[in-house]
Ligand binder design. Structure first.
Ligand SMILES: [Zn+2]
Ligand SMILES: [Zn+2]
Length: 258
């Protein structure tokens, strides 16, 4: 995420060198990043943080129980702090470790993000409501998970109310958020084993269309690829890196990775 006063990362689950290489593909580098917001302590979200702090002197912000051992500034859930000119608020989400979603606002527009959650409860939806752009987990297709290769234990953990969001649950959440100004939805944290971008985008955008919200632009974030910039509120200064949606139907542009 970035404004004129700098950039923020939400989580850092890759080595800094990899993060730098991904940023380069969208016209930025690590020196543009001023701080990291941490959602929870699982290593797929934190493993790059110690090096970013040590080598780049980056500031880390997190809600209680998440980033103390990584030297994070602690921000109480529901309270907001200002990071890089943006108002940042953490809200609790149900997962098998203390986990938070994050809402970021410049005073006008807001974006919200929640991956790693077992269900999109009323409280979670309330915290994300009104965001113009939302990053939401769509981890697995329920049938694929059930028939897939994971152990019974792991399947139970993933599909529990403190596990990960299915495509169907993500679709329901999207339909609930759509009437409140949602323009762009990025579905994220897709399982490579129990999901595919086509499957996830199909389920979510199909549900949005059926509910009369076909205008919401849906795309999947693909691991190992940068998600193209999305403009929120005022335009960014480097428009050539901003993904612009043309006049084609939503289905043709679900995962336009450039
Ligand atoms: Zn995760
Ligand atoms: Zn997790």
């Amino acid at each position: 995420m970035e404004t004129d006063s700098g950039g923020l990362l939400v989580d850092a689950g890759l080595p800094p060198r990899r993060i730098g290489a991904l940023l380069a593909r969208i016209g930025r580098n690590l020196t543009d990043v001023k701080a990291v917001l941490l959602t929870h302590g699982h290593t797929d979200h934190t493993c790059g943080v110690p090096s970013l702090v040590r080598e780049r002197d980056m500031e880390v912000f997190a809600a209680p129980g998440v980033g103390e051992s990584l030297g994070a500034n602690t921000v109480a859930p529901g309270a907001s702090c200002t990071v890089g000119g943006l108002k940042v608020t953490f809200f609790e989400v149900p997962h098998d470790s203390m986990t938070y979603g994050v809402r970021v606002s410049d005073g006008g527009s807001a974006v919200a993000m929640a991956t790693d959650l077992g269900e999109a409860s009323v409280e979670v939806l309330r915290s994300m409501r009104g965001a113009e752009a939302v990053v939401l987990e769509a981890n697995h297709d329920t049938d694929w998970l059930r028939r897939g290769p994971y152990s019974a234990n792991l399947k139970r953990r993933i599909s529990s109310s403190r596990g990960h969001l299915s495509n169907r649950q993500a679709a329901d959440a999207a339909v609930a958020l759509a009437p409140h100004g949602l323009k762009d939805l990025i579905i994220a944290h897709l399982s490579k084993t129990n999901n595919s971008p086509t499957r996830a985008c199909g389920t979510v955008s199909g549900a949005l269309r059926e509910a009369g919200h076909g205008g919401v632009r849906v795309r999947a974030a693909i691991a190992g690829h940068p998600t193209p910039w999305i403009e929120v509120g005022t335009p960014l200064r480097v428009p050539e890196h901003v993904y612009r949606y043309g006049g084609r139907g939503a289905a043709g542009q679900l995962f336009g990775i450039e």
